[in-house]
Structure formats: C-alpha cells, structure tokens
Design a protein around this ligand. Structure first.
Ligand SMILES: COc1ccc([C@@H]2N[C@@H](C)[C@@H](O)[C@H]2O)cc1
Length: 448
C-alpha cells in the first residue's frame, strides 16, 4: 500500500449509532430547488435539453440574465408542512435539500454571500421552516452543498498562477465558513451531501478536503458525509490510492444501481435517482421515459437487498408546489410502503442466493427474511434456496397475512406456491428461518 496522509482513515463501515440510524432509514427524498426552477428548462421560447439545474451553462442563456433571476424568486405557495406530509406519506425517512447548487444561490440568508434568499422578494430563510417541518414529521434532514460555485468571484476550476492560488485560498475559507454557518443555524441536520468536487482546484488539494471533513465532524460529531467530498493527496476520489473508500458511504451511485452484492465491496452506499432520465431541478417539459411507481419500488427494494439506501428526487416548481407526476408517484409509493415498509426499513442483504422472482431482504440482525416478488413465474411457484444449515420454519404473505406452506424439494430447497399469478404491485412474503443443524429433509412434506 501507498503511504497516505489524506486517504481513508478507517477500514470497514462506521459502527456508531448515527451511522446505524442512517443505514436503518433506507429510503430518502432528494429535493432540488432553486432559481433554475424559474426558467424550468426553457428560455426565450427555446427548450434546454440538458438537466434543468444546469441551464446557466447553456449557450442560449446569458449568464447576466440567469444571475438576475433571484429578483423574481418568490415561492408564494411554499408550504413546508405540506412538503413534509407528502414525504411522510410516501414513506421517506430522510430528506436531502439543496442548500446551494452549482449556481451559488443560497436558500438560506448566509452572512458570507449577497446571492441568497435574503435578496429576493421572498426575503425569508427557506431552510429553517423546511428542516423544522420535516423533523416534526419524523424525517431526518441532510444538506446538499455544491463546492462548485459559479457565482463566487473567487471560484476557480483550476489554479494556474499565484493570483488563482490566492483566490482559491479565499474560496476555501468561504466554503468552510458557509458549512460552519449551516451547522450553527440548523443543528438538527444529520449530514452533508457534497457535490461539484470534480474540478482540479478541489481534486488537487486532498489535504484541504480531509481537514474540512474532520473540522465538520469536530463541530457536529456523528455527521454523515459520503465519499464525494474528499480527494486524497494524489487526486483519487471516492476510493483513495489504496482502493479504500473515503467518507462514510459510497456516494457514486447517481442514476444507477449496483448489479450485484459484489459491486458494493461490503461498503455502505446510497443511490440517488431522478424520475425522468436526467432532470433534478424543475423542467417544464419532461421528455423520454418517466419512471412508474413499480419501477421506483423495484429500485428501492433492489438497493436495500444489496445493503444500500435509495433516494428519489423531486424538483419543486418556482412557486413551491410539486408537479402532478411527482405528487402521484409519492402517493403510489406511499400506498405500497404503508403495507410493506417493514420489508424496507432496517433491511439488509440476506445472504441468500438471488432468484429470478425478485429480492431477499433480511431485517437487520434477525432471522426474518422478506421476499419481495416482482416476477411471478408462470408456474406460480417461487423457488427458495437456503444457505447450508438454514431451515425454513414458516412463510406468510404480508397482504392478508396469508400462510404459505413451503414444499420441500431437496436438501435446502423449497417451493412456495402463490395462491394466484396476477398482481399489479410487488408481493411481499415473510420467511421465518432457523440456522442450525441442517437435517437432510425439511420440516415440510417431502417432494411428491
Ligand atoms: C458532470 O455531470 C454532472 C451530473 C450531475 C451533477 C449534479 N449531481 C446531481 C445530484 C444533481 O445535483 C446534478 O446537477 C453534476 C455534474
């Protein structure tokens, strides 16, 4: 291994209570909200085909035009209690809010910048009421913070000369001050979700990112921060130059999921997902495929079955309301979570051989293993293959609490026969298992 000062400082996952809490929540809501919601992906009658929150970088959007948008930001229909109620009914247990995206506009009245909500017709802090409402609804809040800041005069993508280095130093102090300010103003937040850390100016100063992470932990012990913040002193990101994960969880799963348990290398991880192919901020015209409730549920369940968290993104409109598609998704997901959420919360990798019908999820530290079925075979029979010395002692469908009598078909294999083959939402079965001596036959009738 390479001697590193600013690589990973821990091998293996964090085992403290704050991290265990983050791990138990499993399902989060991302919210991208800011000035980009005003144009909503359109300008001068033209449609921007990129991600709406990147419209300032579009050649058809003059920077000075974008930078004046704050003068009209006035979310008169913003109702944080309603936002929190929607997230609660969807079954989200934590929420990540963009405090400042790449454009540099701050949703809170930062004393370190003029480019904040205080300069808008709305004037008032948006983050405080939001955090309070979500916390009151029993939902943890994490703060998204972009290091890249297109508005700040001292931001440099790379440092080419002494003047750049001086600006870079001023900018690093600005970042440190804003993050300390956020922790001081919002002490109940549980973590930071950093973004915009790919430029050389950041990548080439691993020491600063390491010291910053430690500084934030000292201000707020237990803070949860993903792998996207840090670079090591050789510019390696997410994984240091010895291949060890930096930060508290792998934060690279953006609009994609791991395929197998091997892909996560035993690390805590989180996936963040858009409803359309690639829109985080509000875009008036969604094009291409818009994900359905069942698609989102499968991504959530697959993530949990592979020991990860899943975060679904919402992009509120400039007036503070949510578009119909997002409202309907939240309701549909919540309907399923109300009955089946016990299979998601505190869910972990079960250690069973993956089957085609769907995913296994083990309730953390127990012998309770859930089967979440997305693909009912034409036979209507679900194959269950248990690890050695594990026996099946019971099975029941959550819906209607219907008991299933496993048919033993071989050493440690069973079939569960579903009462019917049609369903319009995932079927959840709770397995009771015991791990001990593996008898050469199951407790249930032998194969005919
Ligand atoms: C260079 O490619 C990207 C893609 C997405 C992002 C941002 N990360 C997501 C979580 C959104 O905030 C998106 O704007 C930044 C750079």
């Amino acid at each position: 291994t390479i001697a590193l000062q600013h690589g990973a400082h821990r091998t293996g996952n964090r085992t403290d209570a704050d991290m265990a809490r983050w791990r138990s929540l499993r399902f989060g809501q991302f919210i991208h909200w800011g000035l980009y919601a005003i144009p909503g992906g359109e300008w001068n009658g033209k449609t921007y085909n990129g991600a709406a929150e990147w419209i300032r970088s579009w050649k058809e959007m003059p920077h000075e035009e974008y930078d004046k948008l704050y003068r009209q930001f006035n979310p008169v229909n913003f109702n944080p209690q309603q936002w929190a109620a929607q997230a609660k009914s969807m079954g989200a247990k934590y929420m990540i809010i963009t405090t400042k995206h790449h454009d540099g506009f701050c949703l809170w009245p930062s004393k370190y910048s003029k480019y904040t909500i205080a300069a808008t017709p709305w004037k008032k802090d948006l983050l405080g009421p939001m955090i309070d409402a979500y916390n009151k609804a029993g939902i943890d809040v994490h703060l998204y913070f972009s290091i890249i800041d297109w508005n700040h005069p001292d931001y440099r993508a790379s440092l080419k000369n002494a003047a750049d280095s001086a600006a870079g130093k001023r900018f690093q102090l600005f970042v440190k001050n804003q993050l300390a300010e956020l922790l001081q103003r919002y002490p109940t937040i549980k973590g930071f979700w950093f973004d915009g850390t790919w430029d050389d100016s950041w990548k080439n100063d691993g020491a600063f990112s390491d010291e910053l992470e430690q500084y934030l932990q000292s201000l707020h012990p237990g803070l949860v921060m993903g792998s996207r913040l840090r670079a090591d002193e050789k510019g390696a990101r997410h994984f240091d130059s010895n291949g060890r994960l930096m930060g508290d969880y792998e934060q690279g799963w953006e609009r994609k999921l791991p395929a197998t348990i091997e892909d996560v290398h035993g690390n805590d991880w989180e996936a963040v997902m858009t409803v359309p192919e690639n829109q985080w901020g509000y875009h008036a015209k969604w094009t291409g495929h818009v994900k359905t409730v069942n698609e989102i549920l499968e991504m959530l369940v697959k993530s949990v079955s592979l020991n990860g968290n899943f975060v679904l993104n919402f992009g509120p409109k400039a007036d503070g309301t949510f578009r119909t598609e997002e409202q309907q998704l939240a309701a549909g997901i919540g309907q399923w979570m109300k009955v089946n959420g016990e299979a998601v919360y505190n869910g972990t990798y079960a250690g069973f051989e993956k089957q085609d019908w769907g995913y296994y999820i083990r309730k953390a530290g127990t012998d309770s293993v859930y089967m979440v079925v997305f693909n009912i075979p034409v036979s209507g029979s679900l194959r269950v293959k248990l690890p050695a010395r594990t026996e099946l002692t019971g099975a029941s469908m959550l819906l209607g609490n219907t008991t299933l009598t496993p048919e033993w078909i071989g050493r440690n294999e069973y079939f569960l026969h579903l009462p019917g083959k049609t369903t319009d939402s995932p079927v959840v079965i709770l397995l009771k298992t015991v791990t001990g001596e593996n008898k050469d036959k199951g407790n249930f009738e032998k194969a005919k």
